[in-house]
Design a protein around this ligand. Structure first.
Ligand code: GLC
Length: 412
């Protein structure tokens, strides 16, 4: 495999993606926006956390190094309030992606979420973000005067190497203690008839019942007349998974990680996947069964997209590469302040795991050039794979998945 070739592709993608993003005029984002209270938990915090009813789930996540999000009770919220929160920041996929896309000269980013004045300091003030007011006119969010309480989520970041019940935490990750999704209650149908370059929907992992799904299905049908619509999946409570899967049927695009892919496969009656070849097969099954045009998959060391008749698989690859650079920069610095931060990502090494999965996939597909190009065509369906870049000590992990998925979809 030609490592210099991959580094060269990585360097080239920055200008390519900037050019593409500069040609966009509008993006639609719904529906989740909240304030994240971020704590980096220490071994001495475990005593306090043991009192919370979610403790066994948190413990399990730490032992396995996995991420999880749960809706918690008022009692648990009271316990968490006594932790030290280092940072308050924009949370929710829609909010995180709105700030991400405002790093580019995009004319308009329409954010359709519940809004209150307390949320606006967390939103970028470059002027591109627009939210509907009570009459559904699009305005600058910083002019919003509604004073309803925003949603707060507690992000418990834990570090590789911490000790828990005789185990050692294998990787940095986080546990999120959330409240239910506040779905916007003014319907603003006119917003969905407008033309956007891309639309991204997220937030239903925090649903309490299925009512918002039927309202949203109407929104998505309207959006679909003019634009490509992506659903950014997050692990969803078991009782709602089936309805959510029905809702996603027919979307253009879906974003998942390994745990989320397995959650969907289970609902579809399929076995869980683990090896890279099985992951690829699993993605194809979900894509076919749910009639999707594209699935994007991200894992710590690699990302891949399976997409129908891509006009340019090289462009799909460029989007993945740029997403990896920006995710590495965010992991390194904790935040992103410019599209040029991608250059910081170039300092991070290529993932050894990503390189080895690419070789494994290339040999299973019996396609030698795969390790050089990351592109494989199968009956007009493309598999595009990249080894990601790894930051050994990320400042924080929350929001990295949204950075990767948002840039991979809009950059494609
Ligand atoms: C989920 C959480 C939110 C967090 C986001 C990060 O949407 O509810 O608090 O900011 O994930 O991906």
């Amino acid at each position: 495999m030609n490592l210099a070739g991959w580094n060269n592709l990585y360097t080239k993608c920055i200008a390519e993606q900037y050019e593409h993003f500069s040609s966009l005029s509008s993006i639609f984002l719904g529906y989740n926006l909240n304030i994240d209270l971020i704590a980096h938990i220490q071994e001495e915090d475990m005593h306090l956390l043991e009192e919370a009813s979610f403790f066994s789930m948190l413990r399990e996540c730490m032992i396995t190094g996995s991420a999880r999000e749960v809706i918690i009770s008022a009692e648990d919220r009271a316990i968490l309030r006594s932790l030290q929160f280092r940072e308050q920041t924009m949370g929710g996929q829609a909010g995180i992606m709105a700030n991400l896309f405002s790093l580019f000269p995009i004319h308009e980013i329409v954010l359709y979420t519940p809004m209150s004045e307390a949320l606006t300091p967390f939103l970028s003030s470059t002027g591109a973000i627009r939210v509907p007011d009570e009459q559904c006119n699009l305005i600058d969010p910083h002019k919003i005067r509604a004073c309803n309480d925003p949603d707060y989520h507690f992000i418990l970041e834990f570090k590789k190497g911490m000790k828990i019940s005789g185990h050692t935490v294998p990787r940095d990750n986080r546990f999120i203690a959330s409240c239910p999704l506040s779905f916007p209650d003014n319907s603003c149908d006119s917003l969905f008839d407008r033309e956007y370059d891309y639309a991204i929907i997220s937030g239903f992992h925090l649903l309490e019942d299925t009512t918002p799904l039927s309202t949203s299905k109407r929104h998505v049908e309207a959006l679909n007349r003019h634009t490509r619509v992506h659903y950014e999946y997050a692990s969803t409570r078991a009782s709602l998974r089936k309805s959510l899967i029905e809702y996603i049927h027919g979307f253009d695009s879906l974003g998942v990680n390994e745990c989320e892919l397995n959650e969907i496969l289970k609902i579809l009656g399929e076995d869980p996947v683990e090896t890279i070849m099985d992951i690829y097969e699993g993605i194809k099954k979900v894509k076919k069964t749910l009639h999707l045009n594209r699935i994007h998959f991200h894992h710590l060391g690699f990302y891949l997209t399976v997409i129908d008749s891509s006009k340019s698989p090289e462009r799909t690859r460029s989007a993945l590469l740029y997403a990896a650079l920006m995710a590495a920069a965010r992991a390194e610095r904790g935040n992103l302040s410019s599209w040029k931060d991608a250059k910081v990502g170039l300092q991070a090494p290529l993932s050894a795991e990503g390189i080895s999965k690419m070789s494994e996939l290339g040999s299973q597909l019996d396609y030698d050039d795969f390790v050089n190009s990351g592109i494989y065509e199968d009956h007009k369906e493309y598999l595009v794979f990249i080894p990601a870049r790894i930051v050994e000590y990320p400042v924080k992990t929350v929001g990295l998945g949204d950075t990767i998925s948002g840039l991979s979809f809009v950059g494609d």
